[in-house]
Design a protein around this ligand. Sequence first.
Ligand code: NAP
Length: 247
Amino acid sequence: MKFSGKNVLITGASKGIGAEIAKVLAKMGLKVWINYRSKPELADALQQEIREAGGEAAVICFDATNEEQFVEALNAIVSADGELSYLVNNAGITNDKLSMRMKLEDFTSVIDANLTSCFIGCREALKIMRKQGFGSVVNIASIIGEIGNLGQCNYAASKGGMIAMSKSFAKEGGSKGIRFNCITPGFIESDMTKELKEEIKNAYASNIPLGRFGKGEEVAGAVAFLLSDYSSYISGEVLKVNGGLYM
Ligand code: NAP
């Protein structure tokens, strides 16, 4: 891959899709900043794995919903490396309940974790990237933000919001060449989908043209493309990584 920058911050990267994104981008030569919130042991193990494979990695702790912590972390990265080349807003949660039983707090906590954190990241990245004159941001939304799902009105709203918000940022960043794109994964193997009952997983998989759940590294490949110079004329776009489930 062709990258004009040298580093990338991935939020929520100590496990799951974020960790796979970190491994793939490190393999491609970027210094990866692994953000974690609650599990330093996982982040440290990932950093070691990347270093042993010959890559460069650093660990940074913050809660992506906390504006002050997020801003401080970005300042620390720019102080250390002289730039923030790329950002992947990956941190996210679910809290599924049928809408009639969903408390306001169940709704707002998911909006905060998924959409508000992404807003803070995009806004701060845009400030930094405008000054340096280059940069690219990829937001990990979801197929659920495109098609909705029962029991997930909070998650669907947060992910649909990320898609619309990314397009707005793409319009604001365009004049300086700063690109914002979204990826909408379908069903991907991770802790987030591990809780699903086997029969439900099989029912979902039977509707997927490729016949299976995706892997984190398959999302990571799409992230690498959208960050890299190979996608230099793509901004405000939504790239589906869903095995054909929604086309
Ligand atoms: P995961 O295994 O549950 O990982 C989520 C990560 O986000 C965890 O490391 C978690 O850290 C971190 N996180 C959550 N809130 C955070 C916060 N406020 N600040 C910092 N980190 C935070 O889930 P995943 O499947 O890899 O999901 C990654 C992203 O892909 C999410 O945005 C998710 O919505 C999206 N996605 C997943 C699928 C799928 O099928 N798996 C499909 C579509 C989209 P802690 O462990 O410390 O909480």
